[in-house]
Design a protein around this ligand. Structure first.
Ligand code: NDP
Length: 314
């Protein structure tokens, strides 16, 4: 006789602030959540230094430490954290099916998606060729290798400003390439960039090619106003131009916008499929903050709980 497959009350996909907050709420509500961390446990905050804008940490907290605390809090109430990747989902029936990288099929009444977003790349052939040979999207992970050297950072947002100021403490010179004549970064972050003597901002500047064969030796750049090209010497090249949502496994299943962000009903985390809720950076193209991700993770768990209660499952 075949054993009937267990149907879990709640499965959470993703382990950033949205996923762990959903887990804390779901676990405390008796939904016995299983949380799949994906390939980058802790999400984007694992590659951040000081988080200074999350309430409750007046002196700031390091991103990885904060995520460790989120995880512990989720586990304290009984969340089962599994360090696995979800590669496939089937949301056609009332019971949702989720397949792990190892091929295991998990059944659940409700699913919270909190798969977050990942760094974007410039798309240059030279970028791909020199990936991890001087090209990086994470100053905190790789900055150390360029101690006492000159590096380039591309981007004009808060990420680029943060990466540039972080690298300025380690490196001799940081060349910040901003493609327009202004930065998108918040005022306070821009001020930090300007204050740092060894950050040289190159306005209206784009990268044509990253130079080097086996390791980065510099970049060929172009001034977008004058068309003039020049070369900047550097051994590290950090791309900090934003992120894209990690939603490809839901393509054709869940409604998403032109950039791939999951679409949820107004004032809700409900997707177009009953029982499937979307939270965090995977559905938020506007705010993309740890605190807003945590907020929507909370909403998703509460909405899942309500649905399970309506159906008499919990
Ligand atoms: P953003 O989308 O805010 O900024 C991306 C930057 O990269 C823009 O300046 C953009 O230029 C530039 N860019 C995009 N594509 C290219 C390209 N192909 N070549 C050159 N430059 C390019 O992304 P961020 O990751 O910086 O920030 C995302 C969100 O996270 C924001 O809301 C931000 O405030 C937040 N954040 C907050 C932090 C904090 O508070 N500590 C730290 C990091 C992020 P253009 O302006 O011309 O479009």
């Amino acid at each position: 006789m075949s054993e009937e497959k267990k149907i879990h009350e709640n499965v959470i996909i993703g382990s950033g602030p949205a996923g762990y907050t959903a887990a804390i709420y779901a676990a405390r509500a008796g939904m016995n959540p299983i949380l799949f961390t994906g390939s980058e446990p802790g999400g984007q905050l694992m590659i951040t230094t000081d988080v200074e804008n999350y309430p409750g940490y007046p002196d700031g907290i390091m991103g990885p430490q904060m995520m460790e605390e989120f995880r512990k809090q989720a586990e304290r109430f009984g969340t089962e954290v599994r360090y696995e990747m979800i590669t496939d989902v089937d949301f056609n029936d009332e019971v949702k099916k989720i397949r792990t990288e190892a091929g295991e099929e998990i059944h659940a009444h409700t699913v919270v998606i909190a798969t977050g977003a990942s760094a974007k790349w410039l798309g240059l052939p030279s970028e791909e060729k020199l990936m991890n040979k001087g090209v990086s999207a994470c100053a905190v992970c790789d900055g150390f290798f360029f101690k006492g050297q000159d590096v380039i950072v591309v981007g004009g947002g808060d990420t680029a400003a943060e990466e540039a100021t972080y690298l300025a403490k380690l490196c001799t010179k940081v060349h910040l390439l901003v493609r327009r004549d202004e930065m998108r970064a918040s005022k306070i972050m821009q001020e930090r960039v300007i204050k740092q003597d060894n950050i040289i901002v190159h306005w209206n500047t784009s990268t044509e090619e990253i130079l080097g064969e086996d390791s980065v030796i510099g970049a060929k750049v172009v001034n977008n106003k004058t068309g003039e090209t020049s070369t900047i010497d550097a051994t590290g090249f950090f791309v900090a131009i934003g992120h894209k949502p990690n939603t490809s496994i839901f393509k054709g299943i869940l409604h998403m916008d032109d950039l791939g962000y999951l679409i949820t009903k107004p004032d809700s985390t409900k997707t177009n499929i009953e029982g499937v809720f979307a939270s965090g950076d995977a559905q938020d193209r506007i705010y993309r903050q740890a605190v807003t991700a945590a907020g929507t993770g909370c909403m998703a768990a509460l909405e899942a709980e309500r649905l399970l209660a309506e159906k008499g499952i919990i």
